[in-house]
Design a protein around this ligand. Sequence first.
Ligand SMILES: NC(=O)c1ccc[n+]([C@@H]2O[C@H](COP(=O)([O-])OP(=O)(O)OC[C@H]3O[C@@H](n4cnc5c(N)ncnc54)[C@H](O)[C@@H]3O)[C@@H](O)[C@H]2O)c1
Length: 445
Amino acid sequence: MNIAVIGAGYVGLVTGVCLAEIGHKVICIDNDEKKIKALKQGACPIYEPGLEQMMAGLCKKKRLSFTTSIREATQRSEVIFIAVGTPSKKNGDADLTYVENVARQIAENMDSYKLIVEKSTVPAETGQRVKRTIMLNLPQKYRKGKNAVAFDVASNPEFLREGSAIEDFMNPDRVVIGVESKKAEELLREVYKPLKPKMVVTNINSAEIIKHASNSFLATKISFANALSQICDRVGADVLKVAEGMGYDKRIGRSFLNAGVGYGGSCFPKDVDAFIRLSQRSGYEFELLKEVRNINELQKRAFVQFIEDKLWILKGKTIGVLGLAFKPDTDDMRKAPSIDIIQMFLAEGARVRAYDPQATENAKKVMKKAAYFKDAYTMAKGCDCLVLLTEWEEFSRLDFRRLAKLMKQPILFDGRNFYWQHGLEKFGFEYHGIGRGQGGLKGSV
Ligand SMILES: NC(=O)c1ccc[n+]([C@@H]2O[C@H](COP(=O)([O-])OP(=O)(O)OC[C@H]3O[C@@H](n4cnc5c(N)ncnc54)[C@H](O)[C@@H]3O)[C@@H](O)[C@H]2O)c1
């Protein structure tokens, strides 16, 4: 099939590359000229394992191409995915400016039937707005009569995770499609046929809600684990054992029950906010989700307070941060917990030295006052403590004896309970996890 994907970011680029890999002819569009120029030269603008290699092969076979022209892409394709950003407005609403712009531009360039698919995460009823925008912006000659151009709008939310995006796209737990016509359903079934996925077919509003509800539920699980960590620390219980004991129950499951410094990234915070706002506007106050958000914020403050407790005074101390990205295997810094935590250290007068395997360049753009290093050992030199914020696999292979020697004092605060089995004490470290019954992370909501 001839497919266009508008927005060549973390989702759009992976979607475009994977759709080409499973046999379609795909054109990816972005209005960022630098990005498209780089992509045309074979350079991948994001760090996502396996993506660049896959891209190179597909470009050679001419199954994948890039352009800045929505006109070219619209006219060449029958199915058009919208995968532009939907960031938060100040009040928490999803900012749909990019979606609206793209819908208008598609309409202006349509000359035959198109299926326009929302891949971006959007609030319920956005599909209806996209439809209206397209109708209002279709060229006059295509609106009515014998030249009338038909189109469908559909919702097909994306559930991939950065860091394992290709694997997630190729082996989805399910593909959700929200449609209003048989033709739209058939076209989308055809798009995904090579993956043989479990399909959930519903109306557009339900599909839109499925995405917001899924992310909000996962955020709820994380905040639940974090609230547990607070209790465990106070009563001398171990949150890791509690999560294990709960997780074997199939109704609960172990995943997303990890206590830590909270969730971040470009999706959970904004999607929880947008879902709270959508509920509010529909006349329902989603108090549960508001508390999920509060717990997430508290967890970062409580972590910093705990560190301050242990270091006695933060002012003048040098803190070494291991990991900055919002999760491992990505260079994405959007809403990473490291940003708030480092700001709190700096506000207390501490110095921050940081190392991340991939996210340093993006981190420099949002945190100018930290010092950045090319490896963990150089970073650890003279530090009063290390703080792990992102559980990159390479951090499990560090030479802890060497690190301890380089530091002023060997203390490690583990914001992800990553080292719980490492026995860091035997390398001379004073080790602190989260919710391990050490009476540590006390903070009040
Ligand atoms: N990142 C994830 O893990 C993830 C997972 C599932 C869903 N989503 C959702 O997917 C959507 C995209 O997220 P992302 O992380 O890929 O965002 P992103 O910011 O990485 O990419 C968006 C791209 O759209 C481009 N763009 C904006 N306006 C445009 C226009 N008028 N024409 C052409 N291109 C335009 C931008 O230049 C950018 O490259 C969001 O709604 C997000 O919530 C993201």
